[in-house]
Design a protein around this ligand. Structure first.
Ligand code: THU
Length: 151
């Protein structure tokens, strides 16, 4: 529990993440589903990055907001292909009455780059929120190579 507390994210950071996720939401390319999603994440070196969903006429090629956001973080961070790249928190923003937790594919990609006790929040335009740890979203994640140093 104490360890979990030490990872808690400051309220100002959550606010900044929500604002960034709202901005990203405005950039969503979702002409097929009309279901726009924005995401924002903060890296361990305190860079905030954004992502939106980008759909395709070949529907299965659609990329979710969360995975595009993580790709931005990979580009923004010095990691040299080592275990230095980690994120601390992520917000998913939609304008749906029902909150949007990350899909299964995104949970797997999140678990690649976020420690198990990192926090993920779904927020909507009504300011409703729900929060999980990465471990709660994807218990017993597939991590055969264990490249990420979680100390
Ligand atoms: N979508 C996301 O961006 N994130 C999720 O976690 C779930 C789904 C997008 C994909 C697609 O463009 C639209 O939402 C409807 O499924």
């Amino acid at each position: 529990m104490n360890e979990f507390k030490s990872k808690e994210i400051d309220v100002n950071i959550w606010q900044a993440l929500v604002k960034n996720a709202q901005q990203a939401y405005q950039k969503a390319y979702a002409p097929y589903s009309n279901f726009s999603v924005g995401a924002a994440a903060i890296t361990t070196d305190n860079k905030i990055v954004q992502g939106c969903n980008v759909e395709n006429a070949s529907y299965g090629l659609t990329v979710c907001a969360e995975r595009n956001c993580i790709a931005q973080g990979v580009i923004a961070t010095e990691h040299n292909n080592t275990n230095k790249l980690e994120f601390k928190a992520l917000v998913v923003y939609t304008e749906q009455e029902k909150l949007t937790p990350p899909c299964g594919a995104c949970r797997q990609v999140i678990s690649e780059f976020f420690p198990g006790d990192a926090q993920i929040k779904a927020v909507n335009h009504l300011n409703q929120q729900q929060q999980w740890t990465v471990e709660q979203l994807l218990p017993d994640a597939f991590t055969p190579y264990d490249l990420i140093n979680k100390t």
